[in-house]
Ligand binder design. Structure first.
Ligand SMILES: [Zn+2]
Length: 291
């Protein structure tokens, strides 16, 4: 097993965290990490908290994020959560190669869940030639998320600087699945043991996923949090979070539940494989990575 794949179990289900690669966020394309990730936080408070997370504030010039997708093998289904960024950057688009490493071919995947319409989560729906990457799969996405990206709502809300790229990647990768996507608007089971959780805020129709087998649970948080500090400071949001009030409330609800029920969670942007627990700490939470 390479350091780009990580196997674990949830009850009887075998799960594999699969890296799609990494992306470094830095000026001039993005704000410096502190203002990118914590855009509403007071500078002094950021400077105080960073050393606790092993970051030297004065040297924090770029943030390299993992992009971690998840495969779940249930009794009947092979489910993939998010398809990574495709060829967005030279450092991304490793999903299919890493799936092959663990013996999974694209045609083995029968269900693809897209948590939201950002390029790092759906950019691997298609290859560079416009061919669909998982030819036998049905896709599942939250209905409002689909409508946000395919109507003019995204163009009207997103800032000038990023909207053309975001909207064009979303539309390319959504149009290719339009005949095979199921749009859901209730917290229902997608396949037995795998359930959608409405988590709007980061984007309007963002979806988290609950995996349950033999009384063990896993929450796939996707982008409810982008950095472990968002667990300790759930009211600090990032420049890319769209509906910030909604995000804060979504975040608190989900983190409270994850900590209270002591469930495993996996977070798309955390250090690979992003697998761990949320622990209550005072009035908020802290991250405890398992590996
Ligand atoms: Zn993301």
């Amino acid at each position: 097993m390479s350091n780009e794949t990580y196997r674990f179990n949830v009850g009887k289900f075998e799960c594999i965290a699969i890296s799609d690669g990494t992306m470094t966020y830095a000026p001039p394309n993005f704000p410096p990490p502190a203002s990118f990730l914590f855009s509403n936080a007071p500078k002094t408070a950021i400077q105080k908290i960073l050393p606790k997370y092993g970051i030297k504030p004065e040297q924090w010039n770029d943030w390299t994020s993992q992009y971690t997708c998840l495969v779940i093998k249930t009794e009947k289904n092979k489910v993939l959560i998010d398809t990574g960024a495709g060829s967005l950057m030279p450092t991304t688009g490793r999903l299919i190669k890493n799936l092959n490493h663990v013996g999974i071919m694209p045609e083995d995947i029968d269900t693809v869940i897209i948590t939201h319409g950002h390029p790092d989560h759906l950019g691997g729906n298609s290859d560079d030639y416009g061919n669909i990457n998982f030819p036998k799969a049905r896709w599942v996405m939250w209905k409002d998320e689909w409508e946000f990206w395919t109507s003019n709502r995204a163009e009207n809300i997103l800032d000038e600087h990023s909207k053309d790229l975001l909207v064009s990647i979303a539309r390319k990768n959504l149009s290719i699945i339009q005949d095979r996507v199921d749009l859901i608007d209730t917290e229902s089971e997608i396949v037995p043991g795998i359930k959608a959780i409405a988590t709007p805020g980061h984007t309007p129709g963002h979806m988290a996923v609950e995996v349950s087998s033999n009384r063990e649970n896993l929450f796939c948080l996707s982008d409810v949090v982008l950095h472990p500090i968002h667990m300790e400071m759930p009211e600090w949001y990032a420049a890319v979070d769209i509906a910030t009030d909604q995000l804060i409330s979504t975040r608190k609800t989900l983190l409270r539940k994850a900590a209270g029920e002591k469930v495993k969670v996996i977070a798309f942007h955390f250090p690979f494989p992003g697998l761990g627990y949320v622990e209550a700490k005072g009035k908020t939470w802290q991250w405890r990575q398992i590996v």
